[in-house]
Design a protein around this ligand. Structure first.
Ligand code: HEM
Length: 351
């Protein structure tokens, strides 16, 4: 996975360099790179950022995500589906989701089924097909079928693209607003890695301040404040309340990530809160941006790897500064994720 991330980072940095230190909005570039990593893990191939299929696919995903916030009304009140028109854009979201499936996911699965070689499994679809066929042969009862494969791929895209790319953009917002933090990260990278070789996951233990900065950004940006909806499997008694079987429960992650009793000054961006007196990372059990329990984010380790490698490589190569002293807003936008408002910055090459 690390190799695939590195491959993408190289393309991403090249694209960054073409901005030649001018003010630009990096949103599209970050989304392209993060989506491409999911593509290379699932499909075994990455796309050129200008590939028309990739552009169409990202546009459809972007629209689905933008709409989901409003369409979730239909989740709570399914009856609104039958209203004339498309007030909550539920139909538009469904149409876009169908486009993603017919345009990219189904043709990719078809191609993989035709070329499948069980001894040569190098991406998620081949791994799934291998396991699906194995279970069928052994007559084991299984939910691994092609219909589910389509849904799993769609979930991985929805879960794995917007989340990580939004976090990278939040980190940039905080670095722009806190130049001292950016400088400290750079000095740590310079001391332990230098500027001539690329950072790897092996460097992580030597870069506690960078790691603390990532954790603090994940805590403060709180990109999925309501986690995902769950339902209780049986009647549950909790603090004098009864949650009847099947009732939907929405967990407020921000009630923990921003709890003043835990963090003291939760509204400040202060990476040091994750470091002890000797500069080592402190593990805090209230640090739960990926949620908790059996349904904890399944992409957590991948996301952490992406964040570490992107951030260290970006800071190693560029200094990020605001355009004409204009700081990005710290007030985010609430959709399916809590994301930064569009902002421009300059990426000035350090080497
Ligand atoms: C910074 C990045 C990310 C954050 C903050 C994040 C956060 C979360 C949260 C809060 C949940 C809800 C867990 C629950 O239901 O209690 C979740 C679920 C999920 N995430 Fe992530 N995520 C990130 C990246 C990723 C990536 C990279 C992938 C995959 C490639 C991914 C795939 C998923 C999936 C499939 C679920 C549903 C899991 C299930 O229902 O069992 N996420 N994530």
């Amino acid at each position: 996975m690390e190799d695939k991330i590195h491959e993408e980072i190289s393309q991403f940095l090249e694209a960054f360099e073409t901005e030649r230190g001018q003010g630009f909005d990096c949103q599209r570039l970050v989304q392209n790179a993060i989506s491409n990593i999911v593509c290379s893990i699932i499909f075994g191939k990455r796309f050129e950022y200008s590939d028309p299929l990739f552009v169409q696919f990202l546009k459809a995903i972007g629209e689905v995500l933008a709409i989901i916030g409003a369409a979730s009304v239909a989740d709570m009140l399914p009856i609104v589906r039958f209203l004339p028109g498309d007030l909550f854009k539920f139909k538009k979201a469904k149409q876009n989701s169908d486009t993603i499936i017919s345009l990219l996911i189904e043709p990719m699965i078809k191609e993989h089924l035709q070329n499948h070689d069980g001894d040569n499994v190098d991406d998620f679809i081949h791994a799934y097909i291998k396991e699906m066929r194995f279970r069928k042969e052994k007559e084991v009862e299984t939910k691994l079928d092609l219909e589910n494969l389509v849904m799993v791929i769609r979930d991985l895209f929805v879960g794995g693209t917007e989340t990580t790319s939004t976090t990278i953009r939040w980190i940039l917002v905080y670095l722009l607003s806190n130049p001292d933090v950016q400088e400290k990260c750079f000095q740590e990278i310079k001391e332990h890695i230098g500027q001539s070789r690329r950072p790897t996951m092996k460097d992580k233990t030597n870069l506690p301040y960078v790691e603390a900065t990532i954790r603090e950004a994940l805590r403060l940006s709180d990109i999925i404040p309501t986690s995902l909806p769950h339902a209780v499997p049986h009647d549950v008694q909790f603090r004098g309340y009864t949650f009847p079987k099947g009732v939907q429960v929405i967990v407020m992650l921000d009630s923990v990530l921003q709890d003043p009793d835990v963090w003291g000054d939760p509204e400040s961006f202060r990476p040091d809160r994750f470091l002890d007196d000797s500069g080592k990372i402190i593990k805090k059990e209230e640090f739960i941006p990926f949620s908790l329990g059996r349904r904890v984010c399944l992409g957590e380790s991948m996301a952490r790897m992406e964040l570490f490698l992107f951030l260290t490589t970006m800071i190693q190569r560029f200094k990020f500064v605001p355009v004409d002293g204009q700081m990005p807003s710290l007030d985010g936008l609430i959709g399916i994720t809590h994301s930064p408002r569009p902002f421009v910055m300059k990426a000035i090459q350090r080497i």
